[in-house]
Design a protein around this ligand. Structure first.
Ligand SMILES: [Mn+2]
Length: 325
């Protein structure tokens, strides 16, 4: 381990040690990396420092319940807390901390930096998942690991890297996975049941996307899913973001954008993926964010989605001419 990293890990353990009350938070609409990193680090802190009060906050998601329970706690009543922010770079997307009076922030994240700056800050865009960071941290400090923590970290790493297919999966990622499996000896194959099992309805909905996706001459894919479409298939709007990763390695697609209308919140949500042009810079023009090749955007106005789609198509066009594809 490099000296810089050793120093960083020391600082992380020190700030955790320094606080009696600790609140761990992550982004709204959480995915397995967000929830697993939150629960794994909470459980590890509890095992290492049993006297501390440690809470994982934010709204739970039924289908990720297998990762463990979140804590029902009134954050307004907590004082002098350390806030640990995981897997999210901006305050506006942190779930469950409204009214919390925190003294300091420890941030651990693999998204491009935005407005959250930790008193101890470990932001590394090169990492494939937040769980990869937490796994490496726990294995190289006095923080304690157990079976369940190891399982959660493994699930988060597999999910965010899409089974080690995506950008940012590195030799270091495999090294961390190898070490995690070695020290914990977890049975990892059965974990895929929770992560990848899906209903036949979801598969039918995927067929709907396949049948209705429009692909431009610049290899840009676009689909708009209306509230009526969702009703017809009896699915929630979150199904769209769950499926966007299933469209990698289609020859005719270098970038794709799925837009869904979320009726409950009266908002249009776009999920964008790319295996060519950098897309988060394009999306940021429309207040979107995310990673270089996995991005998203929300707007009350459909026109924003159309404009963003046009810009992405243009980015594809440029990418193709530059790369001579
Ligand atoms: Mn993540």
């Amino acid at each position: 381990m490099s000296i810089i990293k050793k120093e960083l890990y020391k600082k992380i353990v020190k700030i955790i040690k320094d606080y009696e009350t600790i609140v761990l938070a992550r982004h709204i609409s959480p995915d397995p990396d967000a929830i697993a990193s939150q629960i794994a680090l909470r459980d590890s802190i509890r095992l290492t420092f049993p006297e501390k009060k440690v809470y994982a906050v934010g709204a739970g998601v039924h289908k990720f319940k297998y990762l463990g329970n979140l804590d029902k706690v009134d954050v307004n009543e907590l004082e002098n807390a350390l806030l640990i922010v995981l897997d999210v770079p901006n305050f506006i997307r942190v779930d469950g901390i409204a009214g919390l009076k925190y003294q300091a922030i420890l941030k651990i994240d693999h998204h491009p930096a935005e407005d959250i700056i930790g008193d101890v800050d470990w932001t590394d865009e090169a990492m494939s998942s937040t769980c990869e960071m937490i796994a490496d941290l726990i294995m190289n400090t006095k923080l304690v690991m157990d079976q369940k923590i190891a399982e959660n970290l493994y699930i988060g790493m597999v999910f965010d890297s899409d089974r080690f297919l995506l950008q940012n999966t590195s030799r270091e990622t495999f090294k961390t996975v190898y070490e995690l499996l070695t020290v914990s000896n977890i049975d990892f194959i059965p974990l895929y049941n929770n992560l990848y099992e899906r209903s036949f309805i979801e598969e039918k909905f995927r067929a709907f996307i396949i049948n209705h996706l429009k692909i431009s001459e610049n290899n840009f894919g676009f689909i708009y899913v209306s509230a009526e479409d969702l009703k017809k298939y009896n699915v929630e709007s979150t199904i769209v973001s769950n499926q966007v990763n299933d469209f990698y390695f289609i020859k005719e697609l270098i970038c794709w954008m799925f837009v869904v209308y979320d009726e409950r919140n009266d908002i249009y949500k776009a999920n964008i993926r790319s295996r060519g042009p950098v897309i988060n810079e394009v999306a940021s023009k429309y207040n979107g964010g995310g990673h270089k090749f996995a991005s998203g955007c929300r707007s009350k106005d459909y026109k924003t989605m159309e404009d963003l789609a046009k810009d992405l198509d243009e980015a594809c066009c440029q990418y193709i001419s530059e790369e001579n594809i």
